[in-house]
Design a protein around this ligand. Structure first.
Ligand code: FAD
Length: 516
């Protein structure tokens, strides 16, 4: 009977107890519940050949954030009579082995729209359904089920935010309050011969020589996420008036946005819970901002990109991606490395890239500036290259959002005003004329006078000497001249757009070669 049977709760994202229907279903009517997380060596194994500490797929800051999130989840599960079981190996093999060994009758896990998980889950679901195991896999990572939206739109994803909003309407779960989590769950059963361990430390994973950045400000886990959400929402006026393009991207001690993205990425925070809390707050506010600029509007951007990503074949590449303009990007390894390592000679760009390496989080507009600079603004390098660097280093690195935003910023999709280019000199200056952000992340420029902090190559040699920073020696010369580089970029984009138009998108590799 079902009351004497066991269930397996497979955690991947959704690293939380609140609003976790998969966990609640696993707990219901089972004699024992096995809460499992599988450490995938493919994702976690140190890669000494990578350009910075971490695995080939993730920088060490995100791996640390994940381990902290798992430790927090383990604590929460222990409070309600269970624990987190950590296993290592290729996830589908490990899960199938557990299902057999523990005689599981019910398998519960959050549905994942990412291609990587789709493939993985199909293997596991194939086995489970063949042997008659019940599967429960709810869509709880996003506000809406992307498949529903696509269906409502006649079988294809809406490609504009406004049409997405119109289709989406009120989410179906929004009628009653979401669960704050089960108060107890059935105990873990006999572990048999499955090799289970505690949440490992970075050292145990083989990261011997990495230390935590002294001032690293973000800690993983559901507890921190909920605390941070409460803190953000306690400033009611700030939330009610929130308008995205208005924030200060140079504010780093107290960022201008919520910094909830890494928690949403790993599901330490439920986006649905966030949404309900925002609606409650709006109800009691005299007036409030609206999508796309409001805070609730930001969550809808997230769902918008998830929906398009779910529906678009080859969403993460230019070739074979029907929503992506074909553009003859250059392939210049030296320029790419200069950008990646924060050595472009433009302090605004280099400071942002340094923040990426050290913190794994930057303000949205800061991301805009470096993404534009790499692609259509200055260096004319392929957005896929920049995407790769972000994908590895961001602590909120998210397949749908990262690719969607790179498509946007490179004017490959969604947004096409390629003549609007961010100046790497004047944009940051508007917010931070003294260059405090630059001085913090690029201490080599700490003593540079204010009038030269955004363009240090213009400082007379005597000034450079006094500031202890000789351009070309202590800090690089600009890798390109922004004025001429951005003009050239616009010309190439105009040409590529014209060709895309003529060919109705069917541009070949040969055509692109001719444009190069
Ligand atoms: P808030 O302004 O407080 O917004 C709340 C939440 O809304 C965010 O946590 C996020 O989940 C969502 N959101 C906000 N802006 C966007 C957006 N433009 N698109 C989709 N969702 C959004 N965000 C990621 O979470 N992961 C990524 O890998 C990622 N890559 C990006 C790459 C580029 C080139 C650019 C320009 C943006 C990228 N973003 C990404 C989107 C955005 O910059 C971040 O979500 C945001 O800055 C996170 O800070 P926050 O939590 O304080 O945002």
């Amino acid at each position: 009977s079902s009351s004497s049977s066991s269930s397996l709760m497979w955690f991947r994202k959704g690293l939380r107890v609140h609003d976790n229907p998969a966990l609640e279903r696993a707990a219901r009517g089972s004699a024992s519940v096995y809460p499992v997380f599988v450490i995938d060596p493919h994702y976690m194994k140190p890669d000494p050949a990578a350009f910075s500490p971490g695995s080939s797929r993730a920088g060490v800051n995100r791996i640390r954030f994940l381990l902290e999130s798992l430790r927090d989840l383990d604590c929460s599960l222990r409070r309600i009579g269970s624990r987190l079981l950590v296993l290592k190996g290729e996830p589908s093999e490990v899960i199938i082995k557990c299902l057999k060994e523990w005689d599981v009758r019910k398998l519960c896990f959050e549905f994942d729209t990412e291609q990587y998980y789709q493939a993985l889950d199909n293997k596991v679901k194939g086995f489970a359904s063949a042997v008659g195991i019940e599967i429960f896999s709810p869509v709880t990572h996003t506000l809406f089920d992307p498949a529903d939206i696509i269906k409502k739109n006649g079988g294809k994803a809406p490609l504009s935010y406004q049409s997405f909003i119109k289709l989406a309407g009120n989410p179906p779960w929004n009628e009653s309050p979401l669960s704050t989590g089960p108060t107890s769950i059935p105990p873990v059963g006999d572990l048999g011969c499955c090799e289970v361990c505690d949440v490992p430390t970075l050292q145990e994973l083989g990261y011997y020589d990495v230390e935590q950045e002294e001032e690293f400000p973000f800690q993983g886990g559901e507890s921190v996420a909920l605390r941070q959400l409460n803190e953000a929402l306690s400033n009611k006026a700030w939330v009610a008036e929130f308008e995205k393009p208005k924030g200060d991207p140079t504010a780093f001690r107290k960022p201008a946005t919520t910094v909830l993205s890494p928690y949403l990425k790993f599901g330490c925070l439920s986006s649905r819970y966030f949404y309900q809390r925002l609606q409650d707050l709006y109800k009691s506010a005299k007036k409030h901002s609206s999508p796309p600029v409001s805070l609730l509007g930001q969550l809808l951007w997230r769902d918008f990109f998830y929906t398009v990503a779910f529906d678009t074949r080859n969403f993460d590449q230019m070739k074979g991606n029907k929503i992506c303009k074909q553009i003859p990007w250059n392939n210049d390894e030296a320029l790419l490395v200069a950008w990646r390592e924060g050595r472009t000679g433009y302090p605004w760009i280099d400071a942002i890239m340094t923040q990426l390496h050290r913190w794994g989080w930057m303000h949205h507009l800061a991301r805009h500036c470096v993404a534009c600079f790499l692609t259509r603004g200055d260096l004319f390098i392929h957005w896929e290259k920049g995407r790769d660097v972000f994908e590895r280093l961001l602590i909120d690195s998210d397949w749908a959002l990262n690719n969607g935003n790179w498509l946007w910023l490179s004017c490959s999709s969604f947004f096409y005003q390629y003549h609007r280019i961010y100046s790497p000199i004047t944009f940051g200056k508007k917010y931070d004329p003294n260059g405090n952000y630059i001085r913090h992340f690029l201490p080599v420029l700490k003593e540079m006078p204010k009038e030269f902090i955004y363009e240090p190559w213009k400082a007379p040699l005597s000034v450079q000497k006094k500031a202890g920073c000789i351009i070309g020696k202590d800090y690089p010369e600009p890798v390109v001249c922004h004025d001429s580089a951005s003009k050239e970029c616009k010309r190439k984009l105009a040409e590529a757009y014209a060709l895309n138009q003529r060919m109705n998108g069917l541009v070949t590799e040969e055509d692109l070669k001719k444009l190069r």
